[in-house]
Ligand binder design. Structure first.
Ligand code: CAA
Length: 283
């Protein structure tokens, strides 16, 4: 299928980043968020991020303007009818995602491909909730979406081979490297990454080392671009907690028990960069 126009539902950190990625890849993008202020702030946020890229001489101001001009903020989901590909990056709540997918299914023609950016829910169950399981995949981006090269392309037992091929080609067209993974809790990245971040929080809680020193160990000892605590602040500590809780529940193992300190941070709304306070920022 020839994909030219894409709808991204959810204009938060991930949805905005995904929209920017498609726009930079030359696609027409409709960006929707049910909260108008979130939708309105997404493009200015992209402009700010891209300003630094222009200053570094990696893109021209004209290229940035042309990319951002390809993004239209939609007031409702009706324009999804003109899109060949729809991806949702809304709150990690199955019922809310299922409602959105059902609404999109009532608007889009049958051939439109649906994707979810979920990092913790079952792609198979979401595909069934959409009523178009053969045209449904997980396309899991990494934060910051415009920069990180990987996407996990999650296929369910019902995903058609044509859909898998189309979305794989689409990922390549936006400059990503798709890795095929089965629909399994946390896929590959979060199954490995989140327990490591959680253990870094346990080390901090036990007073084994300071947050800065834990991060330094992993940067200088293991070549990480940023330490696990700074990374949790980037991802959002609420997301780290949600993924750990989902791994514990779906894999029925206390191995994935979230650190008490992580739960406290989330209770105190210290979610990381997005609230200006976390393990490594705003202390
Ligand atoms: N839009 C597009 N490109 C941008 C950009 C933007 N807003 N901002 C920066 N770039 C480009 C820069 O031009 C630069 O390009 P070159 O490599 O060609 O020079 C590149 O992106 C890197 O930018 P910076 O030099 O400013 O960034 P940095 O070197 O300080 O690295 C980082 C920042 C990429 C975030 C790095 O610290 C890193 O890789 N951190 C780890 C991030 C990570 O692990 N993410 C995954 C989290 S897990 C997840 O997201 C899954 C989940 O489900 C929770």
């Amino acid at each position: 299928m020839n994909i030219q126009r894409v709808l991204v539902a959810g204009a938060g950190t991930m949805g905005g980043g995904i929209a920017q990625t498609f726009a930079q890849g030359g696609f027409e993008v409709l960006l929707y968020d049910e909260v108008p202020e979130v939708a309105a702030s997404a493009v200015p946020r992209m402009e700010k991020g891209l300003q630094k890229v222009v200053e570094k001489g990696k893109m021209t101001a004209d290229d940035v303007a042309a990319s951002l001009a390809r993004i239209q903020v939609a007031d409702d989901l009706a324009p999804a009818a003109q899109c060949q590909f729809v991806i949702e990056a809304i709150i990690e709540d199955f019922a809310v995602k299922a409602d959105l997918l059902a609404e999109l299914a009532s608007i889009c023609p049958p051939h439109t491909i649906f994707a979810t950016n979920t990092s913790s829910l079952s792609v198979t169950d979401l595909g069934q909730a959409s009523g178009r399981a053969a045209n449904f995949v997980g396309l899991h981006f990494f934060n910051p979406a415009p920069i990180m090269k990987l996407v996990e392309l999650v296929l369910t037992p019902e995903t058609s081979s044509e859909t898998a091929e189309t979305v794989g080609n689409l990922a390549v067209a936006i400059g990503k490297v798709p890795v095929l993974v089965k629909d399994s809790p946390g896929f590959v990245c979060n199954r490995l990454l989140m327990p490591m971040i959680n253990e870094a929080i346990v080390l901090l809680e036990e007073g084994v080392a300071s947050a800065e020193d834990i991060d330094t160990v992993m940067k200088l000892g293991c070549g990480f671009p940023m330490g696990p605590l700074e990374l949790s602040d980037l991802i959002g500590n609420d997301i780290t907690l949600a993924v750990m809780e989902s791994l514990r529940e779906r894999l029925s193992s206390d191995k994935y028990q979230p650190a008490g300190l992580l739960e406290e941070m989330v209770d105190d709304s210290r979610l990381g960069r997005k609230t200006g306070s976390g393990f490594t920022c705003g202390r």
